[in-house]
Design a protein around this ligand. Structure first.
Ligand code: ADP
Ligand code: MG
Length: 336
């Protein structure tokens, strides 16, 4: 067992600018390519979100980075350390959640953390003090001495996260940290993750929730069937699928078609949609075009009672991107 209290700076290649550098990463299971030539650069101190549906290859990618699965092709470096060549060093640099699901139900939260800390090579005293520290940090102080069997789903996730931090690793993998949690508990978990990053660690977060990536991640890679299909900040991704939309409620239902005619003269393309009577939605290239629309409607005496400019959501991004790539032809090629 390694001494887990080593200063990470000693272990890393300090000239590495990225926290994680992945090139051409591949994993195949039989003739199925679960991770298909992924390139990724994660900067120090950021939350990087890998967003993708169930089965996209997120966990497989993380397991390779965490040295839990062999890399079939390509390479990965964490703080300049090669994952395949120096797995023992990598294990000192990372914290992985989801590994401690099988901790003892009869033991208390505190006992579980102490046990894991001891298994990681900490002394009895060090294990005791890190457990106290982490239980406080994750809002589990009050429940510290209750058996795990009494813990809620959210408390278990927090304990799991706490366990992954025992060695204070500079890089944390959070593999779908809130899947299955109710909205309130999910929000608490988000808060916990934000606090974590404020402490300077780098986080690689996978999620199926677009809102989660939007809320937490500095940058996002959208992954679908083992491949990165889009990458950027949440705002860049939203911008890449086009601008915002202007949603209007007309004071008189029945004027939609007239309004459509007026607006169609302003912009090229089919930009007007009528979701229901009296309501129209205008796809805007630029949010400032909203004023142009409103002035034109006023000139034609079409009154508007409600105005709302809607930014595109990551859901739109995801649908647009995966809709384009997830063709039946791709599917057949992959499963062939
Ligand atoms: N050990 C394995 N053996 C065979 N196929 C696997 C194995 N692990 C994952 N897969 C397959 O690889 C694909 C990606 O899985 P996974 O990485 O778990 O996706 P995600 O975490 O994005 O939901 C899935 O089709 C899954 O069935
Ligand atoms: Mg997974």
């Amino acid at each position: 067992m390694q001494n887990t209290r080593t200063d990470p700076a000693v272990q890393t290649n300090d000239t590495a600018t990225s926290a994680v550098r992945i090139r051409g990463l591949v994993k195949t299971f039989g003739d199925y390519t679960a991770v298909n030539h992924i390139d990724l650069d994660i900067r120090r101190g950021e939350i990087f979100g890998v967003l993708g549906p169930n089965g996209a290859g997120k966990t497989t990618m993380i397991n390779m980075l965490a040295t839990l699965l062999p890399i079939d092709d390509g390479s990965a470096e964490i703080f300049g350390v090669d994952v395949a060549r120096e797995p023992h060093k990598i294990r000192q640099l990372i914290g992985v959640t989801g590994q401690y699901a099988s901790v003892d139900e009869k033991l208390t939260g505190r006992e579980n953390l102490q046990l894991i800390a001891r298994l990681q090579g900490l002394s009895r005293t060090a294990a005791r003090s890190i457990a106290v520290e982490l239980l406080e940090e994750f809002g589990l102080g009050a429940a510290a001495d209750k058996p795990l069997s009494t813990f809620s789903g959210g408390m278990r996730r927090r304990l799991d996260l706490a366990a992954s931090l025992i060695t204070r690793p500079p890089l944390i993998f959070l593999d779908e940290p809130t899947t299955g949690l109710d909205p309130r508990t999910r929000n608490q978990m988000w808060e916990t993750i934000r606090n974590l990053v404020a402490g300077g660690v780098t986080v690689l977060l996978t999620t199926q929730y677009l809102e989660e990536a939007d809320q937490l991640a500095d940058r996002i890679a959208v992954i679908d069937r083992g491949q990165i299909v889009a990458q950027g900040t949440p705002n860049e991704l939203k911008a890449s699928i086009g601008g915002s939309s202007l949603q209007l409620i007309l004071s008189e239902a029945g004027e939609e078609e007239q309004a459509r005619g007026v607006i169609s003269e302003l912009f090229a393309g089919d930009v007007v949609h009528v979701p229901n009577a009296g309501a129209i939605t205008v796809a805007l290239h630029d949010a400032s075009d909203a004023a142009t629309v409103l002035m034109a409607l006023r000139e034609h005496s079409i009154d508007v009672v409600s105005i709302n400019v809607q930014e595109p959501s990551l859901d739109d991004v995801f649908l647009t991107i995966t809709g384009e790539t997830a063709t039946e032809a791709d599917r057949e090629e992959i499963s062939a």
